[in-house]
Design a protein around this ligand. Structure first.
Ligand SMILES: [Zn+2]
Length: 140
């Protein structure tokens, strides 16, 4: 994959602060951290987003995420952390090679996800469930 910063990091063509790797994933420090220690977990094989991650790779990516999350908790004495991933430009994805973010959280760190929660009305919840189950092949 030409011009992919994460492929270049995985193949050691571009420098990064590598924390950990296994057969499927490489973990690095994000160069623009939310908090120091903010890490990225990246499949070694190029895949565009979550839906593009091969089944045989996903387990190794999640194991690497847990290994690094545990190390962040222990080495930085964290009480909490977030794991998130942006998929698609509209969701904030900026590098189109799938990656998980793991970021430390601290009391009063002024990081907020401002969400306006909706309510389902008049059977909408059942309708949405029906549409999704139909796509999954799950019986109603
Ligand atoms: Zn790539």
């Amino acid at each position: 994959m030409p011009d992919c910063v994460f492929c270049d990091i995985a193949s050691r063509k571009r420098p990064a602060e590598i924390l950990f790797e296994n057969d499927d994933a490489i973990c690095i420090l994000d160069i623009n951290p939310i908090h120091y220690g903010h890490s990225l977990v990246i499949p070694k094989r190029h895949c565009r987003d979550f839906l593009d991650v091969p089944s045989g790779t996903l387990g190794g990516v999640m194991e690497a995420a847990r290994t690094v999350a545990r190390a962040l908790v222990q080495s930085l004495n964290l009480e909490g952390y977030n794991i998130f991933t942006n998929n698609g430009a509209i969701a904030g994805q900026s590098v189109f090679h799938f990656h998980l973010h793991i970021t430390p959280r601290y009391k009063n760190d002024n990081i907020t996800f401002v969400l306006t929660l909706k309510q389902y009305h008049n059977g909408e919840m059942a309708e949405y469930a029906h549409r999704i189950r139909k796509n999954l092949g799950t019986p109603d």
